[in-house]
Design a protein around this ligand. Structure first.
Ligand code: GMT
Length: 378
């Protein structure tokens, strides 16, 4: 067993969720896992054995316009590595974690400790933010100076090689689902009547309501679906565009059919009600939200951006359309929702396909990366 430090955002976003689920799975398998971040990760079950959480505090000072989080993070990484004999620092989302890890590595080298750093790229750290001229030089440097690099899809690997001059091999290791959180008997407890009548379909969207998610498109798609098929829409999550889409719902006069449920850290409990999941994003390196829906037996209508076609299989687990092609997404949604036989077949396909992303398939791939770094072989 190994001693692993995990650095991530503690928020609801996909990279923080993946990092947290990975850390808990590693700890349950007997590894000693240390989370290092500025808050307790939202999905962290801190009662998990072998799991530790180290909060990064950032001392404020009037001279600073921006608080130097990376400095505090590098110092905390060094402190935790020295105190607990950590062998690997696995950082999720290159910005600023890979950069802070590089500095920690240099400090530890002076102390005679050769820590290994694995960086997992998650998407917006490459496609939206990392490749921006303000960050690109340092992001490229910190990826090339990681000891191992992984990406959550082939598409993201391709984007990384296209946008940066990368000298390292990038391993593709997909995101995964802990199916224990999707117990079958849960569906027995799943009381749809709380949300919709028997003759209504339940459609769901989950995101951080940022521009990349195109939440306006979600409302436009639902507005047209409910004109043809009786249905309700659950909008799960929160973010900068929530107010705008709430106004759009009122403009269409469909506020009794749309529930804005805000942030929740057990989306799977809500997903048991769903008949269809909408994810029309501008780009998605992987689309963890779509996979979580499929694990809850929910077919997906998504755009064909980024790595979504590596998760959502056109005509099998749902359908994919060009970004912004509302008509096509509506027509495909109506095909799936038209009758119970078709809908149930898509639900079954979605669930069966999601199984390939189970924890038992994915966890060994990360363990192999760790063992290669520390012992030289998988
Ligand atoms: O935009 C989000 O969904 C949050 C974002 C993040 O960086 O936390 O998610 C990214 O990482 C997820 C986990 O690997 C992927 O499933 C998402 O597709 C990816 N988001 C984008 O690429 C826009």
């Amino acid at each position: 067993m190994m001693k692993i430090g995990i650095v991530c955002y503690p928020t609801y976003g996909g990279s923080g969720v993946v990092a947290t689920e990975l850390g808990m799975a590693l700890a349950n398998k007997g590894h000693e896992v240390h989370f290092i971040t500025y808050n307790q990760p939202v999905r962290l079950d801190f009662m998990t054995k072998n799991l530790h959480f180290h909060e990064v505090f950032v001392e404020e000072y009037p001279l600073f316009l921006y608080q130097p989080y990376e400095l505090a993070l590098s110092s905390k990484m060094v402190e935790v590595v020295v105190q607990y004999g950590i062998q690997i620092l696995h950082v999720h989302y290159a910005i600023p974690h890979a950069y802070a890890a590089f500095m920690a590595k240099q400090i530890l080298k002076e102390k005679g400790i050769n820590i290994k750093v694995a960086t997992t790229l998650h998407g917006t750290d490459i496609t939206l933010v990392g490749s921006h001229p303000d960050y690109k030089t340092a992001v490229e440097f910190s990826i090339n100076n990681s000891d191992a690099v992984t990406s959550v899809s082939q598409s993201l690997k391709n984007d990384t090689l296209r946008l940066f001059d990368i000298k390292k091999e990038i391993d593709v290791i997909y995101n995964f689902i802990d199916f224990e959180k999707y117990p079958d008997e849960q569906f027995g407890k799943c009381n749809r009547a709380n949300l919709a009548n028997d003759d209504e379909r339940i459609i769901v969207h989950t995101s951080n309501f940022r521009p990349v998610k195109r939440v306006d498109d979600v409302i436009e798609i639902f507005h047209k679906i409910q004109q043809k098929i009786k249905s309700k829409l659950l909008m799960i999550g929160d973010g900068p565009l929530r107010e705008g889409v709430e106004k759009l719902v009122k403009t269409y006069g469909i506020q009794e059919k749309v529930y804005f449920l805000g942030k929740t850290d057990d989306v799977n409990r809500l997903l048991c009600h769903a008949d269809l999941f909408l994810l029309p994003s501008e780009t998605e390196s992987f689309g963890l939200a779509a996979l979580e829906a499929m694990a809850a037996k929910t077919p997906v209508i998504s755009s064909n951006a980024g790595g979504l076609s590596e998760v959502n299989i056109h005509g099998i687990t749902g359908y994919l359309s060009d970004v912004g092609n509302i008509e096509d997404m509506v027509n495909n949604a109506l095909k799936i929702l038209a009758d119970d036989a078709t809908l149930n077949q898509f639900k079954l396909n979605a669930f069966n396909h999601s199984k390939q992303f189970c924890q038992d398939n994915i966890l060994p791939q990360y363990e192999c990366v760790y063992r290669k770094l520390v012992h030289g072989c998988c």
